[in-house]
Design a protein around this ligand. Structure first.
Ligand code: FE
Length: 172
C-alpha cells in the first residue's frame, strides 16, 4: 500500500498562492469621492451611488441617499438584501424597528414593504441586493422592475449625459 506523505504547510501555501495568482479576481476599492462614482438622481428626493455590478449573480451594491424626510415607495424583493445605515434613519411602514447608523438589516426574498425616512436629514444607507425589486403604486399596481441591468443603465446613462467616464471597477 502506498504511503501518502502529508504535505508541509509551506507546500500547501505555495500551491494555494499559485492558484490564487492564476485564478482569483483582484480586490477592489471604490474611493469615497464622486469622481469614482457620483450620486445619480433616482427621484426628486432620492439618489443612488452605485458601487458594484455583478451581472452573473444579478447582485449589486450601492448607497441609497434620501435627502430629506420622505418615502421610497412600496416594493417587493425577489432576492435577498443586506443593509447597513450610514447616516440618518429609516424604517418600513410594515415593521416596528427603525434603522439607524450602525444597525444591520437583512431582507428575505418575497418581502414586500414601504421604505420611509422620518429624519429631517433623510438617510444614507449601504445596500447589497440580489435579484429583482418590484415597485408598486398606492393601488398595488406593479410600476417597475429593477434588477442589475436597470442599475447599470441608471449609472451608465447618467455618465453619458454628463460626460463622466464610466468606472469599469464597478463591474465585479
Ligand atoms: Fe426593501
Amino acid at each position: 500500500m502506498a504511503v501518502v506523505e502529508a504535505k508541509s504547510s509551506v507546500e500547501v501555501r505555495g500551491n494555494l498562492d499559485q492558484v490564487v495568482h492564476e485564478y482569483a479576481f483582484p480586490d477592489i476599492h471604490i474611493g469615497a469621492g464622486e469622481d469614482e462614482s457620483p450620486y445619480v438622481p433616482f427621484s426628486e428626493n432620492v439618489a443612488i451611488r452605485h458601487l458594484a455590478f455583478d451581472v452573473r449573480n444579478n447582485t449589486y451594491a450601492n448607497i441609497l441617499w434620501i435627502k430629506k424626510a420622505g418615502s421610497l415607495g412600496k416594493h417587493r424583493h425577489r432576492g435577498k438584501v443586506f443593509a447597513c445605515t450610514l447616516e440618518g434613519s429609516w424604517r418600513y411602514l410594515e415593521y416596528d424597528w427603525v434603522a439607524r447608523p450602525g444597525s444591520y438589516v437583512q431582507e428575505a426574498p418575497g418581502a414586500i414593504h414601504t421604505l420611509v425616512s422620518d429624519h429631517p436629514q433623510g438617510m444614507k444607507t449601504f445596500f447589497l441586493l440580489n435579484g429583482a425589486i418590484e415597485f408598486f403604486d398606492e393601488n398595488d399596481n406593479l410600476m417597475q422592475t429593477l434588477d442589475v441591468f436597470w442599475f447599470i443603465d441608471h449609472y451608465v446613462t447618467y455618465c453619458r449625459e454628463h460626460g463622466i467616464p464610466v468606472n469599469k471597477k464597478l463591474w465585479v
